[in-house]
Design a protein around this ligand. Structure first.
Ligand code: COA
Length: 173
């Protein structure tokens, strides 16, 4: 189930943001204050734009399993401004299809109600599981569009990112 965030999501969200397995392809984990600031930013994004990543609940299993959804990247790159689809699941919920299923719902919302012409997704080159989600969604990778993420320090092994795109007409529900 995809739903709005609640205050009691903050503790399990902070736990997953401090898990080195979940944060392996980010420059570092988040502490509780940084994790809470991210929840606040998601709430502000919803207020500003009318959409934002949803919290994922698995009824009868976990009240909070992660997030998935649409957002507008805050940095400048050759493909911005744009809307991205992104995901992050607590480690115990990997391998069940939740990210792909949730992202399909986000894309249906983006191409339907929001009438977006295209949605992108990006991650560190080595983040195979995330790239697999992009490929299952039918997103296309053009190596000529790979880029250095401006928020990752120069020389850091995670700086190089792949960019995937999906045009509205190519989305199959
Ligand atoms: C990226 C991430 C969300 C991918 O999670 P995931 O569980 O591998 O992806 P999905 O939810 O799409 O699940 C797909 C897996 O579930 C399996 N699966 C099991 N039951 C399924 C079902 N009913 N339907 C679909 N897939 C199912 C698939 O076979 C696949 O398994 P495989 O990877 O062994 O082939 C997760 O690894 C993560 O949170 N990583 C850390 C955060 C991160 O890096 N985010 C991206 C940064 S840009």
């Amino acid at each position: 189930m995809l739903r709005r965030w609640r205050d009691d999501d903050r503790a399990p969200f902070a736990a997953m943001n401090a898990d080195p397995r979940v944060m392996a392809y980010f420059p570092g984990g988040l502490d509780r204050a940084e994790s809470d600031r991210l929840v606040d930013r998601i709430g502000q994004h919803l207020a500003d734009h009318g959409f934002a990543p949803w919290a994922i609940e698995v009824p009868g299993v976990a009240p909070f399993a992660g997030f998935v959804g649409l957002s507008i990247p805050r940095f400048a790159a050759h493909f911005t401004p744009c809307v991205e689809v992104g995901w992050r699941l607590a480690f115990e919920h990997w391998g069940r299809g939740y990210a792909t299923e949730g992202a399909r719902a986000a894309l249906a919302h983006g191409f339907g109600l929001l009438a977006l012409p295209a949605v992108v997704s990006f991650t560190s080159v080595a983040n195979r599981r995330s790239r697999d989600v992009m490929e299952r969604l039918g997103m296309r990778h053009d190596p000529a569009e790979d880029f250095d993420h401006p928020a990752v320090a120069e020389g850091h092994p995670l700086r190089r990112h792949v960019l995937y795109r999906l045009e509205a007409g190519a989305f199959v529900v």
